[in-house]
Design a protein around this ligand. Structure first.
Ligand code: BTN
Length: 325
């Protein structure tokens, strides 16, 4: 942890009590002037501190910011999110994460932004990314894995997000194949996985997550309002984005370690328990055309198996799915 992280941790742990400048200075091994400078920088980020002569400092309130210090203090993971790169504005967290991966960043490196100017969605779509509301983040993984198994990690991510939303917000979301997360039938989260590989070897994999947390209806374009929602709209009150990020990183790391130990089977079972696509009649739309049928399940590569009325089973690798009642 760096000085600012340690200082925040100390002030958070002290709750309502003041911590003297002398004590902070002794515990962290820095001068009082340095402490004051860090306090001023954090104030600029929106933190409110009370400073009283002789008594010291105490933290009055923490803003809903996703800066590295805020994510790392209280984060209970081994590697996921232990290196955080935060940007107030960026083109796309995916692009930045690619750059860091190329430069040798370790597994678990996280890129987070408050706003994206070129947010990327699946199938070449745009991911609208307004400031101050939502989570846009990309996680770097370096798995030793066969190429065709990569979609399994996207399914695993969807499980981690649904379970975190359940635990942190008390809201039961669903997964729509392959990895859209829905609340009341509307999308609250999209996942985009990008890969860098050579013939049969994965160099790295970047999992991008866009989560509509505090967006309000007006924040969505008119045509998107019919298909998207946010946790705030459903929950009725704003949520602290960092609590969700920490929860997702912890759950993701836990599931990833289980996956490395035990393979895809237990993850598949969890995914199926949260999925609303399986066992329903669906219409599949791809660039090649559309087909209707019964969604039977997924195979070990995360491919959707659709039985058409003539009995043939089609493997669907990538598509938009419409679920029929
Ligand atoms: C989808 O189309 O459902 C996937 C959307 C993925 C959006 C996220 S936001 C963070 C990361 N950066 C991007 O540019 N895209 C992903």
């Amino acid at each position: 942890m760096n000085i600012r992280e340690e200082m925040l941790q100390l002030l958070k742990e002290s709750g309502d009590s003041f911590v003297s400048g002398e004590e902070i200075s002794k515990r962290l091994g820095v001068s009082r002037t340095a402490i004051w400078k860090h306090i001023e920088e954090l104030r600029e980020e929106g933190y409110i501190f009370e400073a009283v002569r002789r008594a010291g400092y105490r933290l009055i309130s923490t803003p809903d910011v996703m800066i590295a210090e805020e994510i790392k203090v209280g984060l209970k993971t081994r590697s996921f999110g232990q290196e955080v790169h935060y940007y107030a504005t960026i083109d796309s967290t995916q692009n930045k994460c690619q750059e860091l991966a190329k430069a040798g960043a370790p597994e678990g490196t996280l890129v987070v932004a408050d706003q994206q100017l070129g947010g990327k969605g699946r199938l070449g779509r745009v991911w609208h990314s307004p400031a101050g509301k939502n989570i846009y983040m990309s996680l770097l993984l370096r798995p030793v894995l066969e190429l065709q198994k990569c979609p399994q990690l996207t399914l695993l991510t969807a499980v981690a997000i649904v379970e975190t939303v359940r635990d942190v917000c008390g809201i039961q979301a669903d997964i729509k194949w392959p990895n859209d997360i829905l609340l009341d039938g509307k999308k609250i989260c999209g996942i985009l996985t990008e890969l860098n590989a050579e013939s049969d070897r994965i160099n790295w994999l970047i999992i991008g997550m866009g989560i509509n947390v505090n967006a309000e209806l007006d924040d969505f374009a008119a045509d998107v309002q019919k298909i998207a929602t946010s946790l705030r709209i459903v929950n009725g009150a704003p949520l602290r984005r960092v609590s969700l990020i920490q929860g997702i990183l912890r759950r993701l790391e836990h599931l990833y370690e289980q996956y490395v130990r035990e393979g895809f089977e237990p993850i598949k079972e969890l995914w199926e328990a949260h999925a609303i696509t399986i066992g329903k009649r669906v219409t599949i739309r791809t660039l090649q055309g559309s087909l209707a049928g019964f969604a039977e399940g997924i195979d070990d590569a995360g491919v959707l198996l659709v039985r058409q009325d003539d009995g043939t089973v089609t493997k669907v690798y990538s598509a938009d799915v419409e679920i029929h009642a």
